[in-house]
Ligand binder design. Structure first.
Ligand code: MN
Ligand code: MN
Length: 327
């Protein structure tokens, strides 16, 4: 058991509806905090949606997810993993964005994440729209290209928008491949669906060797089979996990800007993360939760639950792909 400083506030000491919300009720440890260097997994908010091309709102995601995450308890219901007692987790606070300047904000995100990486902390970043992943990857892939498991209903591999705008939430992984941040042959995108204007993104994926699993293939083959392929594609080398909440069917996660019908349910949304145990995850993100479209709060609660699943596979990498029965 680690130092209790890094344990979440228990609902038995302070009811979960009370107190100032941090991610998972963890201590707030900003970069100038005396114990920053002791953190092993850092939860970071990126309240920024200036890459959004249609319905905005994910800039409000981190605050809403902090509130919803007060619902999360100490122990995983299936595996029995107790992440907060296994490694030192903390809420590192928010990257301060400049909502009027995309280039400046991306530089701020990369600088923040570079400090996190320098301190040996594995980041779990909470968006924010999907453009936030690009400046995070610029920090994490400084030494070598990463593999990536990407859950989304969109590829986010487009060249540009509006006649030449290169940085939107539809382009981050095109830029990441061009910049050598991702090894395209170690990238798998799962859940792709919906209407499109053209197939330019999929043509690029095919040309560089990115594996796309459409939602039809996902449901035809089943989760265990698809995720076994995902583990094989990324292998044991450093891998990033990127999770767009619009991977999930909008019946279960309506609070997002670009929903696509015909997706996984809440249970399947959690199962796919459990299947990532055993990977060498150097960072993860959850993006595109948009509170203005989340009238019931269900999307934020599901998002917080996915974050907990991510933490459990990050702290218990030795567990087999299928979570073992409860102890
Ligand atoms: Mn996306
Ligand atoms: Mn998407």
């Amino acid at each position: 058991m680690n130092d209790s400083f890094f344990h979440p506030v228990s609902g038995f000491d302070l009811p979960r509806f009370a107190g100032i919300p941090t991610f998972m009720r963890l201590p707030h440890v900003p970069r100038d905090h005396a114990r920053f260097s002791e953190v092993q997994i850092g939860l970071i908010g990126v309240p920024w949606d200036s890459g959004t091309t249609n319905r905005p709102g994910p800039r409000h995601g981190p605050r809403q997810l902090r509130d919803a995450s007060t619902m999360i308890r100490a122990e995983h219901g299936v595996s029995g993993v107790r992440p907060f007692e296994t490694v030192n987790c903390a809420d590192l606070g928010d990257v301060a964005p400049n909502p009027a300047d995309i280039t400046d904000t991306m530089a701020r995100i990369t600088a923040f994440l570079a400090d996190v990486r320098q301190a040996g902390i594995t980041p779990l970043t909470v968006g924010g729209d999907h453009l936030t992943s690009l400046p995070v990857l610029r920090a994490l892939a400084a030494d070598e290209p990463l593999g990536m498991v990407h859950f989304d209903s969109h590829t986010d591999l487009f060249h540009s928008y509006f006649g030449g705008t290169m940085f939107t939430h539809g382009t981050p992984f095109r830029r990441a491949v061009e910049e050598g941040l991702l090894d395209p042959k170690r990238v798998i995108q799962i859940g792709i669906r919906g209407t499109a204007y053209d197939r330019e993104d999929r043509d690029f994926a095919q040309a560089v060797g990115i594996r796309i699993v459409t939602i039809e293939e996902f449901f035809d083959r089943g989760i265990a089979d698809v995720m076994a392929e995902a583990r094989e594609i990324v292998g044991r080398r450093p891998t990033y996990l990127s999770y767009d909440i619009d991977f999930i069917d909008p019946a279960f996660a309506p609070g997002t800007g670009t929903p696509e019908v015909g997706g996984p349910n809440s249970f399947q949304a959690l199962q796919v993360v459990r299947e990532l145990a055993g990977l060498n995850l150097v960072g993860a993100d959850l993006v595109e939760v948009s509170p203005p479209f989340d009238a019931s709060g269900a999307t934020a609660f599901l998002g917080a639950s996915i974050m907990f699943e991510m933490l459990c596979v990050m702290v218990a990498p030795g567990l087999p792909g299928k979570a073992p029965p409860r102890r």
